[in-house]
Design a protein around this ligand. Structure first.
Ligand code: AMP
Ligand code: GLY
Length: 423
């Protein structure tokens, strides 16, 4: 088979790495890709939002399956464009990707189908949103409705901050069109867990759990980022939690989408908060989490191409998903200054140490080639993932592996997976 992967981050690198292990794959392309993905795939200089160009490329090369890693093209309708032209593609259509594309939609869906989530109200009128704050309890959570690079959520401690937040989102349009509508919701406390799943429209298969560290600095200080590290499985995702989610959340979401005429085929990422009243949905995403994918996929035993095809063909009920009985930790190596401002273009040394290893890996997030050399090209530069028999060992291995790579302004958190010491 000929495969085309769309995206350029660590998530797309781990998808490419996993797809390369499938005996079904003969040739792989990635648009636009990065320096690490180039090891497995021919990188093509077409942007992820250039749907017509991508479709023309897929036709020209006779691509058998396209896999979309990122949220923007999914929410923008890339799957519909490909399908209309008779091209096979993995991911939800536009009318289903709205599960991630509109937080107001997903909140209304959960309410209608009794899926546990925080109490909320949606607003299209800023004056009404401001008025609602007058009687609110604090802290309170404000969310821009649309995609906002993971930055559209504000946790406000008092009325003053919340008023400012509504103004930023709805009047100043700090997150652009994403702020045409907003959600105001109850603040929840508890552990956060990420659960990824494959969905074929009817059947859902849950992957192993993971946990993300979103803040830039140690001890969860600093600004929110795309994710500074992950570990899998999460020890907080107990059998009890799993049973609850299987009873009230997972299949309910898939059935709700089908009942709404928005049949979902692809990945559903459940962002869960384990509250005192039980697990509740924080958010849905319509794609693999990044860096969650970097700890989940290396532990998956199945041929990923078979699973993608089963999602498209509606035969996921025949797939028995299996994960290794071990653990993985991913430490993100960023450019100092991320997520605000940082320099790029520094040579990266030591990548050769990872070649051929089955226990530790380096997935590229923001890298490119300059004069034949791999250089930094983003805020999140690399994800260093290591496996171990348990989380403690995986963490030790990951932090040893981090020392193998060097580049100027290398920055990372030292406490990825630390929370597991409390268990
Ligand atoms: P979201 O993009 O909706 O997952 O929000 C980003 C982050 O904001 C989450 O991972 C949580 O850490 C936090 N968050 C979102 N909603 C809530 C809430 N209702 N209560 C507390 N924290 C929240
Ligand atoms: N790591 C969180 C996300 O991918 O949205």
């Amino acid at each position: 088979m000929k495969i085309l992967i769309i995206g350029s981050g660590g998530r797309e690198h781990v998808i490419a790495w996993k797809a390369a292990r499938s005996p079904k794959v003969d040739k792989m392309y990635c648009a636009p890709g990065n320096a690490g993905i180039a090891e497995y795939a021919e990188c093509v200089n077409i942007g992820a939002m250039e749907f017509e160009k991508l479709a023309a490329f897929a036709k020209e090369k006779g691509i058998d399956l396209t896999i979309v890693g990122m949220d923007d093209p999914l929410v923008g309708g890339i799957v519909d464009v490909f399908e209309t032209q008779g091209l096979r593609i993995f991911g939800p259509r536009k009318d289903a990707a709205i599960l991630e594309g509109s937080k107001a939609f997903s909140k209304d869906l959960m309410k209608k189908y009794h899926i546990p989530t925080a109490a909320y109200e949606n607003f299209t009128d800023p004056q009404k949103a401001l008025a609602c704050l007058e009687t609110a309890r604090f802290p309170i959570v404000l969310k821009a409705d649309g995609l906002a690079l993971g930055k559209g959520v504000l946790i406000c401690q008092n009325l003053e901050e919340a008023r400012e937040g509504v103004r930023e989102i709805m009047l100043d349009k700090k997150f652009g069109q994403a702020g045409n509508q907003m959600v105001i919701e109850e603040f929840m406390t508890g552990r956060e867990v990420s659960v990824l799943s494959f969905v074929d429209g009817k059947t859902i298969r849950i992957m192993t759990s993971a946990q993300d560290h979103k803040r830039a600095k140690d001890k969860d200080q600093g600004l929110n980022t795309g994710g500074m590290g992950t570990f899998s499985p999460s020890p907080f995702y107990t059998e009890e939690v799993d049973t609850f989610c299987k009873q009230y959340i997972y299949q309910q979401t898939v059935d709700a989408m089908a009942a709404e005429g928005r049949t979902f085929q692809g990945i559903i990422f459940f962002g869960l908060m384990l509250t005192e009243d039980g697990p509740k949905v924080l958010e849905y995403n319509a794609r693999f989490g990044d860096p969650e994918a970097q700890v989940v996929l290396p532990r998956m035993k199945n041929d990923i191409i078979e699973v993608f095809e089963a999602c498209i063909d509606g035969t996921l009920d025949r797939i028995d998903l299996q994960f290794e009985d071990n653990a993985a930790v991913c430490v993100v190596l960023a450019s100092d200054g991320y997520p605000v401002s940082y320099e790029k273009g520094f040579p990266i040394h030591g990548l050769e140490h990872f070649k051929g290893s089955e226990d530790y890996f380096v997935f590229h997030a923001g890298t490119c080639f300059k004069n034949g050399e791999v250089v930094t090209n983003g805020g999140r530069v690399l994800g260093v993932t290591a496996k171990g028999k348990d989380l403690k060992e995986a963490r030790e291995h990951a932090y040893q592996a981090v020392e193998l790579v060097e580049f100027q302004n290398k920055y990372y958190r030292h406490d990825i997976g630390k929370a597991i010491d409390e268990v």
